[in-house]
Design a protein. Structure first.
Length: 354
């Protein structure tokens, strides 16, 4: 039996700018995606996930490495299996198929930690990336692949990119894979394997608290909306993006140099520039929800920004004073938002044999 897990992510600074090759700051969080592989006989794989409300579903892998579930399943049900199928196919088609001969597994997926039963919604901590990293690392072990850590990371990065329609920077995969705090710069297909995120230490004296807005948002929709601005008004786009990139780069340096007041000022600058990007692109990056939280944060002497694409999902309160942070979180909770008790996960993916 193979157990694999990977943490979620939280972007501290650098949203959108990271898509344009700026360095960004991200950390792993202690919400874990888990995958369990149990060997079965007969050559037929099975997929099972109570968390995703999936009964035990048999599937086969064709000689070309394509995943085939029962085509008689409801189309909406098959659509829910798309992400898993694409990740599995990408890895299966990348291995020496002789190592896969006569091997089949019962695969159980658990992403409960990314879902709030109280709110009946998914929390925006990168569940798909964490699941991808756990699944890829388990598949590598299941089929005895001799990949180095750098090769395994690139496999996870490329598999997720493939499954997501080549959208995104890969920053969430990096956090789930390596854990801890990272400075991440976008990795492209022709980059050498030696290009990996830089792991860094925490910044003493900087405190932060995650807040869930209460609604989920589509990252894909937001990024596509911003890309439309790039196509229609490139000068406006590049002017805003250059400022975001500069702030993100300076913020990464300030964090590493433990310059907390500088970092807090840059968080506020980044928020305002994100707001301008949203207004210019017609995308609600700084939605009314985020604006309300930011107003409370400012009144309490703390800084705030969305974490991720914006609109909904999560944001982060930052302060150099834990008491101010606590007071701001209490005020925000009174207004109907949801401060969360998340911690940074120092470890990335883990694989264990049972």
């Amino acid at each position: 039996m193979i157990n694999a897990s990977a943490p979620g992510k939280m972007i501290l600074l650098g949203e959108y700018a990271v898509l344009e090759d700026a360095p960004a700051l991200v950390c792993a969080v202690n919400a874990q995606a888990r995958v369990t592989f149990t060997p079965v006989k007969g050559g037929e794989f099975r997929l099972f996930s109570p968390a995703l409300d999936l009964p035990e579903l048999p599937f086969v892998v064709t000689p070309k490495g394509n995943v085939r579930f029962d085509p008689a399943l409801d189309p909406d049900f098959l659509k829910r299996l798309y992400f898993f199928s694409k990740i599995f196919e990408f890895i299966f088609q990348s291995i020496d198929t002789r190592s896969a001969a006569n091997r089949a597994w019962r695969i159980e997926i658990n992403t409960d930690a990314f879902y709030s039963r109280e709110l009946k919604t998914k929390l925006g901590f990168g569940s798909s990336a964490a699941l991808c990293v756990a699944l890829v690392s388990a598949l590598a072990r299941a089929f005895d692949q001799p990949w180095s850590k750098e090769e395994l990371f690139r496999m996870a990065l490329n598999a997720h990119h493939h499954a997501q329609g080549k959208l995104g920077s890969g920053i969430d995969i990096a956090a789930s894979f390596f854990g801890g705090y990272l400075v991440y710069q976008r990795i492209r297909d022709n980059d050498p394997l030696t290009k990996v995120p830089r792991q860094i230490d925490a910044c003493p004296g900087l405190f932060f608290k995650t807040v869930f807005t209460g609604t989920s948002a589509s990252t894909r929709k937001m990024v596509r909306g911003v890309n439309q601005l790039k196509e229609a008004h490139p000068q406006i786009f590049h002017d805003i993006m250059d400022r975001l990139k500069k702030i993100s780069e300076e913020g990464c340096l300030a964090f590493q140099a433990q310059q907390v007041p500088v970092f807090l000022k840059l968080i506020s600058d980044f928020y305002q520039t994100l707001k301008e990007l949203g207004e210019r692109s017609g995308m609600p990056i700084i939605s009314e929800l985020h604006q309300k939280i930011a107003d409370i944060a400012r009144e309490q002497g703390t800084a705030y920004k969305p974490s991720g694409a914006g609109s909904g999902d999560i944001g982060i309160l930052f302060s150099d004073d834990p008491q101010k942070l606590k007071a701001a979180a209490a005020h925000i909770q009174k207004e109907g938002f949801y401060p969360l008790d998340l911690k940074v996960s120092p470890a990335g993916y883990q694989v264990q044999l049972m």
